[in-house]
Structures are given as C-alpha cells and as structure tokens.
Design a protein around this ligand. Structure first.
Ligand code: PLP
Length: 411
C-alpha cells in the first residue's frame, strides 16, 4: 500500500524522471502508484521543466509547495465552505502564528499591497470600496514613499487610484504630509539604502497619525521576520506566500491592525464590485497558505540552513576544481536571505563566458535555470528538490571541462 505522502513525493518527481526515461514510459513502481501520474501534462504540452537553481522567481513558477500544503489544497478541493467564514478563522490562526492582531490571505504580496492600501482609504465604509480606483471622493489620495524605495511593485499601490509622493530626506517626508496623505509606504529590502530608516519613518508617521505599510514580500527566512515588523510598529505588513514559506504561489499575507485588515477585506473577493475582485483566493489558497505558515513557523530552520549551506558548498567545490573558477558564497541581508553562490572566471582563460555557461545549463538535460549576467553565474539551492545540487554541480563541471577541451583543440 502506497501512502499518500509517498504518492505526492512520487508525483512531484515525475517531470524529473521523465527527463531521463525515453518515450515517457515510467518504471512500474511509478505507473502503478497512480493513474494521475501516468499523464505527463508538461511533456504533453511541450513545456520544459527544469531544476531551479535560481530562486523564487514568478516567471519560473516561484517555489514548490511543501507536501503539507499540497495535502491541504487537495483536502479543501473536495468540500464547500463560506469564503468569509474561512478567511475569518484561517486569518485568526495565521495572526496567532505571526503574533499580530489580524491577518488575511491575499493573492500574493502585490495583492496584499493593493488590498491594504484600499483598506486604508475606505476604513469600514463599503460604499467607498465600490468607488476605488475611479472616484476617491471623501478619501485621501496620496501615499508617501522614499525615492530609493520606488520599485515596480509600488504599482500595486497605484491600483487604488492614489498618487505616489516621492521624497528623500526626513524633512521632505514630514513636509510632504498633508490632509490628503493616506499612507506611508516602506520597502523593507531598501531600509539601509534610504535616508529615512525604520525608527525615524515610524516616528514621523506616528507623530502625524498616518498609517504605515511595509513590503516584506521576499523577507523570510528568518522566521522572526513574520512578527518583527508588526512588533516594530508597522500597521500593515505584506508577505508573499510562494517564496520562502513555500505556500501557494498565488497567495500571500496581509498582516497588521485589526480594523485595517477588516477594511482591506471590504475590497477583496467575494465582494464583486471592488478593486480586489480580480485577486480572488479560494479555499484552496486560503487553507494552503495557513498550512504553509504553520509548517514554516514550526520547521527546523537550523537544519534547513545547514542543508542549503552544504549544497551551495558542494557546487562551489565542484566548480572551483576547475582552475581559474572563483566561488563567492554570500547571504543577502534581507530579501532572499539564504546562502547564495556566485561563480566567476576569466572568459578567455576558460574559453566560455558566464552567460554561455548559463545558456548551456538551460539547454541541457535536465534543464537548469540560474541567475546572473556577464560577470557571474548566480545559484541558490533553497528551491531545489533534494539531491539536485549534485546534478547542477556535475553539469557545471562538465560544461567547463568541455569548454577547455575545445580550447586545446583550437589550432
Ligand atoms: C515578489 C515581490 C512582490 C510580489 O509578490 P507576489 O507574492 O508575487 O505578489 C512584491 N514586492 C517584492 C519586494 C517582491 O519581492
């Protein structure tokens, strides 16, 4: 008898096995395991799967959900519930886990930013919610942020029809506050870059009674960040569900003050005539997200870290066994705070550029995705399946070795 756990593990490894067996024929153990696994949908469609040595990128489908999350989604898919009832109760559980007043599951961090902004604008007035983004009569219309915190995702604020007011210094920030100021927005990753850092930012906002929001989308691990910023004093905190927490890719968290979370939900599905209606999450994402938070909070984070470190070290060791390759292991301070590898070399000496290596990894069997540019190849292992680091290390060494052989064959 094959357990569900085993089944899920088997299924999740199918595309990978598929890469090695000709004609899509699986070994008996796999084909007997489940009728579902017999269809290789990605292969049918001609969509290539790959080893993710890059990280949590939306264009690369983000992360692989934890088994517990997949089980929760599967569980939820068999029964009906009232969505508001589920959001109330799952939100309460998430708030407890994240040590904040209230929480709601959104369709991602970007959705959390839009819904949170809407909540700040409307308060608990659902008539106002129906007028966002085209008629802000009776609502405030400006959101202040630092120039150095302007990123593409700030578009999610503008979805509510408000104007972004960019400032640089603390003085400018304070002067920008007026009776139209709805909110002050902060991009966590750029705290160090901006002139106004956490404490001063919160002080200015507090002095003028302006609600604050912080974008922490990619900022776990460490797990403490789930409560660090509400405890610091931010009114609303946004996280992605499908990054470090390995929940559903189309889910995220809006954490914070009780009345602001309640207000944000007035602009969310199931309510149809709202800015958030297109950001629907169903029972599967809500429950999946809740289980992802549970799983993440209760994990052995030290063990996760040691695994990533040893995987990255293994790839570094294999790569640097080729003379001329330099490996730098670094940990980004806030976003994507995990052991990360950068490989560099002199392209003339090794007869291959970093971009050429990346392309060969991508085009190979199995396909491997990395990040980088013409300076370095960037690799993380935290989004990989177990043991894939061995394949990545082997392929890098193989490609580099072949490139050198080509060179010695040159006239
Ligand atoms: C990924 C990311 C987002 C968007 O998150 P989703 O969960 O994909 O909506 C927003 N802000 C930052 C800084 C991010 O890294």
């Amino acid at each position: 008898m094959i357990s569900r756990r085993h089944l899920l593990r088997t299924m999740s490894s199918v595309p990978f096995i598929g890469g090695f067996l000709a004609g899509g024929q699986y070994t008996s153990a796999v084909s007997k395991a489940t009728a579902v696994a017999r269809r290789d949908y990605f292969k049918e469609l001609g969509v290539r799967t790959f080893i993710n040595a890059a990280g949590t990128y939306t264009s690369m489908s983000g992360c692989l959900m934890r088994e517990e999350v997949v089980e929760a989604i599967n569980y939820a898919s068999h029964q009906y519930v009232n969505i508001d009832d589920l959001q109330d109760k799952a939100g309460a559980r998430i708030a407890e886990l994240c040590r904040c007043e209230a929480a709601t599951v959104t369709a991602g961090a970007a959705s959390a930013i839009t819904l949170g902004t809407a909540g700040v604008l409307t308060g608990l007035d659902s008539e106002k919610a129906k007028r966002i983004p085209t008629d802000l009569t009776g609502m405030k219309s400006e959101v202040i942020l630092q120039k150095s915190h302007v990123i593409g995702y700030a578009h999610a604020i503008k979805n509510c029809g408000v104007k972004l007011v960019e400032v640089e210094t603390a003085e400018e920030m304070e002067n920008a506050i007026n009776d139209q100021t709805a909110m002050m927005w902060f991009f966590n990753n750029n705290n160090e870059v901006g002139e106004v850092q956490y404490e001063e930012f919160l002080e200015i906002a507090g002095k003028h009674g302006i609600p604050t929001m912080i974008d922490c989308a990619a900022d776990v691990p460490p797990v403490e960040n789930l409560w660090k910023y509400t405890e610091m004093g931010f009114d609303l905190v946004c996280f992605s569900g499908g990054k470090g927490m390995r929940g559903p890719q189309s889910a995220g968290l809006l954490l914070g003050k009780k009345d602001l979370i309640a207000a944000a939900r007035l602009s969310a599905a199931p309510r149809g005539d709202t800015v958030g209606r297109g950001m629907k999450v169903n029972k599967e994402e809500v429950l999946g997200m809740m289980v992802a938070v549970e799983n993440f909070v209760n994990r052995d984070h030290e063990a996760d870290w040691k695994l990533w470190e040893s995987q990255v070290q293994h790839i570094a060791d294999e790569a640097t066994s080729i003379e001329g390759v330099e490996a730098e292991i670094h940990v980004p301070p806030i976003a994507n705070h995990v052991p990360s590898l950068r490989l560099r070399w002199d392209a003339d000496q090794l007869n291959i550029t970093t971009n050429e290596l990346r392309e060969q990894l991508r085009m190979g069997h199995p396909s491997i995705q990395t990040v980088g540019n013409n300076e370095y190849v960037g690799i993380t292992t935290w989004m990989m399946n177990p043991k894939e680091e061995k394949i990545v290390a082997h392929r890098i060494r193989e490609i580099l070795t072949d490139a050198q052989k080509m060179k010695t064959q040159e006239p």
